[in-house]
Design a protein around this ligand. Structure first.
Ligand code: HXC
Length: 511
């Protein structure tokens, strides 16, 4: 048996694209593909597959440039003692670009993860399709995309972006559930040079597809990490809220936070004025276990807040309007953001909690021409089709169509509560009076004073939770300090909920 050959090959595999390239990466503070796997998985648990695979390309002198592993490290291991499969691009090998054998390595671990029902983690650092391979590389990508789609909603798929990612290397992450970008990474369909050639636009890597751009402007990414270690920390926290597959429930964690705990501050939390903003995130933290909230897409569409938390140790997904940004209205981006999150939670048996303070949909040509009708309908559809336990607390405003959309009783929420401060009405008092008392105000000798008087009358009559509660649309009006214990009690009473829809291939959510 020739152990020497075996050892030589193993060593050759470890240096990937060569010692010099590895050194250059170290100088940039980047880990190599294998080191990233060791950081991802629990100590000594990573097992590599397919280290001897090479490409099969004979063009452009490629037959003389075969590198063991062919630019991707694949395998499985434990993350916080739970099994997961992962791949890690090696940028030192042809810029981490994808050949057909490379794609087949990735497909193999995706298939294994699907059979086991465990998460697929992708560590992406790649220039996209390997140009020398041509169509074979595109075929490889398409095989990966097909698996991404098959795995969607069955096992969690999470993408870490740890370097420049272009072309096919961004489309696979785009199908996955969450994207975490390090601050020094990029994502674009085509890089700045191609952009310059085609559109004559001069744009830097960062401005085109940097982490901040995708976290703030495009909404492509869900988290930004200071460095690679933080990227893994975010991933580990995220996974702690999520089950391994769609047939399991999320792991329960003993948070030691008293389920009956009341928070006295909540009774005095809202500003005295109906129109003044307040800190919804701080409200969320006062209600959930130990104030631990993993906010998702923190920098994009900030008029809605989404994220994971726990109530009595059970994972929940929170969707909350944010009165501090655009008064918490629903617009195109916030609807898209919340829709995908609601659907993720529904796929993976994570109960939903909506905290509502919404004055309506954002008016204007920008929104109408951009299709707010279509985008708003998505969120309505998502809450409506979700079959996980669904709870709602109306904190202040719940007006018009936005009331219906934000997990109302009528679209299948299980428990709907309201604070005494809730204003549940077809629209805000000013808007309503302008329409129904138009003539009365116009004919008045003091139209401004008349309007104030009518608005006050309308507010007193309609801007409260009791009309909705009298019809059973609200299950109870609760004291703010008891929000936590009422939500926990409601969650316990509905946790085993099973809801079957009609048999069909799939619905047709407006896109
Ligand atoms: C083959 C590639 C490559 C690729 C990079 N390299 N991208 N080799 N195919 N797609 C090689 C380079 O030749 C170089 O090799 C090494 O990787 C490092 O690349 P650099 O350009 O020196 O690195 P950097 O300056 O950091 O820039 C990284 C980059 C840039 C931004 C990723 O390389 C780039 O723009 N690459 C092309 C990106 C692209 O257009 N991809 C789209 C492919 S089409 P040496 O030997 O010099 O070290 C596609 C379609 C899929 O993906 C469709 C799906 C729907």
């Amino acid at each position: 048996m020739d152990f020497q050959e075996f050892k030589n090959k193993k060593e050759e595999h470890l240096v990937g694209g060569g010692i010099e390239k590895q050194k250059q990466r170290k100088q940039k503070g980047k880990m190599n593909a294998c080191e990233r796997m060791y950081s991802l998985f629990d100590s000594k648990s990573f097992v590599e597959l397919d280290p001897f695979v090479t490409h099969e390309c004979f063009d452009f002198g490629m037959e003389r440039k075969k590198i063991l592993g062919d630019g991707v490290v694949t395998g499985y291991g434990l993350i916080n003692s739970r099994l997961a499969y992962a791949f890690s691009h090696d940028f030192t090998v042809f810029g981490g670009s994808l050949s057909l054998p490379f794609a087949h390595k990735v497909c193999k671990i995706m298939d294994l993860a699907l059979k086991q029902g465990v998460p697929i983690i992708g560590i992406n650092d790649s220039g996209g399709a390997r140009i020398q391979e041509g169509i074979a590389s595109l075929a490889g990508y398409a095989e990966i995309f097909h698996r991404n789609v098959k795995a969607s909603g069955v096992v969690p798929q999470i993408s870490l972006i740890m370097g420049p990612c272009a072309g096919g290397a961004v489309y696979s992450p785009a199908i996955t559930d969450f994207i975490i970008m390090t601050k020094s990474s990029f994502m674009f369909v085509t890089g700045p040079e191609v952009v310059k050639e085609v559109t004559k636009e001069n744009v830097s890597f960062n401005d085109l597809g940097g982490a901040q751009i995708h976290n703030e402007k495009s909404g492509v990414a869900h988290f930004v990490a200071e460095d690679e270690q933080e990227c893994f920390r975010i991933l580990h926290t995220l996974l702690s809220f999520i089950p391994s597959n769609n047939l399991e429930i999320p792991p329960r964690i003993d948070t030691k936070d008293d389920p009956l705990r009341e928070n006295d501050e909540l009774n005095f939390f809202l500003p005295s004025s109906h129109t003044k903003p307040y800190d919804m995130e701080s409200l969320i933290r006062k209600v959930i276990d130990n104030g631990d909230f993993l906010e998702v897409q923190k920098y994009w569409a900030r008029n809605i807040i989404i994220g994971f938390a726990r109530l009595d140790g059970n994972s929940i997904g929170i969707v909350a309007n944010n009165p501090e940004v655009l008064a918490g209205v629903l617009d195109i981006n916030s609807c898209d953001k919340a829709t995908r999150f609601v659907r993720f939670c529904d796929c993976f048996n994570i109960p939903l909690v909506a905290l509502v303070d919404v004055p309506g949909f954002l008016p204007g040509t920008d929104q109408e021409w951009g299709g707010i009708i279509r985008h708003g309908a998505k969120l309505l559809y998502a809450f409506s089709e979700a079959t996980v336990p669904k709870l709602t607390v109306i904190i202040r405003k719940a007006y018009g169509g936005a009331y219906c959309v934000m997990n109302s009783k009528h679209i299948g929420a299980d428990y709907n509560f309201a604070w005494p401060s809730a204003e549940i009405a077809v629209m805000g008092p000013e808007g309503a009076c302008n329409i129904i008392f138009k003539t009365e105000i116009a004919n008045s000798s003091k139209p401004n004073e008349k309007k104030v008087e009518l608005v006050e009358q309308y507010r007193a009559k309609f801007s409260n939770p009791y009309i909705a509660a009298s019809k059973g649309y609200i299950d109870d009006v609760i004291e703010p300090i008891e929000t936590r214990k009422r939500l926990i009690s409601a969650l316990h009473s509905i946790y085993r909920k099973r809801e079957e829809g009609p048999r069909r291939k799939h619905g047709n959510i407006p896109m």
